[in-house]
Design a binder for this molecule. Structure first.
Ligand code: ZN
Length: 188
């Protein structure tokens, strides 16, 4: 197991659609183990394969809801059904999200309240999760990664401008930038 470097916005793999997983072997199992370890070291509640430089359609997630239910797993070749998002400006306190590929930044974004995730696990066994609230948000965020979309690509105008500024200030937005959880401190 190893903590993997996380790709920062500007890396082409983050901005291109990923391809379906077709080979379920020990190499895939190793990748998923490393993704869990990387997500935990970051720390984050979700991590998609393109974020560690692998253009495959899978993501891991690890999140405990208000009832202390732990939602932890890997979604391979996922499909996602969404309820329509309500219209209106997102709330900065309740709807701000972040991304390990835009580290240290947070911006509010309106998401669908309900999502149904269908995917397979490492044994190619199908599963379905009906998610609401923050878990639904995590699924939407991670699923977007598989289509080459970052949450900053979806922001409303004023927040999008602030995001572009933050990305420029950090000299991101170009290929070849990564950070390593546990080694690089991005808090400052
Ligand atoms: Zn992300």
């Amino acid at each position: 197991m190893a903590v993997l470097p996380i790709q920062i916005t500007g890396a082409p793999v983050l901005h291109s659609p990923a391809t379906d997983v077709t080979v379920f072997d020990s190499q895939l199992r190793g990748l998923v183990d490393d993704m869990f370890e990387t997500m935990e070291a970051a720390p984050g509640v979700g991590l998609a394969a393109p974020q560690v430089g692998v253009g495959l359609r899978l993501f891991v997630f690890n999140w405990a809801d208000d009832d202390e239910t732990l939602w932890r797993g890997v979604a391979i070749n996922p499909e996602l059904w969404l309820s329509p998002a309500t219209v209106g400006a997102p709330d900065e306190d309740d709807e701000s999200e972040g991304c390990l590929s835009v580290p240290g930044e947070r911006f509010p974004l309106r998401r669908s309240e309900l999502a149904i995730l269908r995917a397979v696990d490492l044994d190619q066994k199908p599963f379905e999760i009906k998610a609401e609230g923050w878990l639904a948000r995590i699924f939407q965020h991670e699923f977007d990664h598989l289509d080459g979309i970052l949450y900053v690509d979806r922001l409303e105008h004023s927040y999008a401008k602030a995001a572009v500024k933050a990305i420029r200030k950090n000299s991101w937005g170009v290929p070849g930038k990564t950070w390593l959880p546990g080694v690089d401190n991005l808090d400052d």
